[in-house]
Design a protein around this ligand. Structure first.
Ligand code: E4P
Length: 237
């Protein structure tokens, strides 16, 4: 009897997904309007950018903001816990998960975060293991039942380490064992990171809005279009 080998591709629709890495509603709306957006990732630093007066921004405001994002995008929306102890992460994560069925709880890849991921996995709450910088961290995330893992490739590049090599290692390890955890290439700094993610078969790239815009542009497209428009002008309307 042949052994059935399964991997993420066996179950998932084989498609490269684009998430926007932003908490800015205008950016999220604009990216959604492009028609290629599959989800959203936020983190406390991205939330801090959209806060007007921090002294007036409450936890309820944070939850309301996540709810507004969920109204714009019909796909996974990662909201990060803001505490360090497992029990606190569980309380906050369950509260955030109740906002909308698309909310994914982002937990740091720490001992306590790992325990929280295991708990959420058993409760059927989707998680995104964040701040991942090594293949062993990614392996632990998958074993704990994380739905997503987020290797921060740009921050590795920043310290002269090959961030994309980490993505390659994670994809290989997950495929070796058929882990269903999806790989979100995070901390994307430029369009080449998106190309490399696709070449390596990463499931998702989460991309800042400015870089999503850059993916569209090419100077030869602009030049070619200008000439086509000039030549088309000879035709009578
Ligand atoms: C996404 O999940 C991460 O929080 C984000 O990509 C981190 O990006 P940065 O390294 O540019 O802050």
């Amino acid at each position: 009897m042949p052994c059935l080998i399964v991997n993420r591709s066996t179950y998932e629709e084989i498609t490269m997904k684009f998430f926007i890495d932003s908490a800015n509603l205008d950016e999220i709306q604009s990216a959604r309007d492009l028609g290629v957006l599959d989800g959203v990732t936020t983190n406390p630093s991205l939330i801090a950018k959209i806060v007007g007066d921090p002294s007036k921004f409450t936890y309820q405001d944070f939850k309301d903001h996540i709810a507004r994002i969920c109204e714009i995008v019909d796909g996974p929306v990662s909201a990060e816990v803001t505490c360090l102890e497992t029990e606190e992460m569980i309380v906050e994560g369950e509260d955030l998960a109740a906002i909308h069925e698309n909310v994914v709880i982002k937990c740091p890849l720490t001992i306590n975060g790992l325990k929280a991921i295991r708990h959420f996995s058993e409760q059927g709450i989707r998680t995104n293991a964040t701040l991942v910088f090594s293949p062993n961290q990614a392996l632990l995330a998958a074993k704990a039942g994380a739905s997503y893992v987020s290797p921060f490739i740009g921050r590795l590049d920043d310290i002269s380490t090959d961030g994309m090599a980490l993505v390659e290692q994670i994809v290989t390890i997950y495929d070796n064992y058929g882990y269903m955890t999806e790989v979100i290439v995070a901390s994307v700094r430029h369009p080449q990171h998106v190309v490399d993610s696709a070449m390596l078969g990463a499931d998702i790239a989460t991309i800042p809005y400015s870089i999503i815009r850059q993916l569209v542009n090419h100077p030869l497209t602009d030049l070619g279009l200008k000439k086509f428009m000039e030549d088309a002008a000879v035709m009578k309307k």
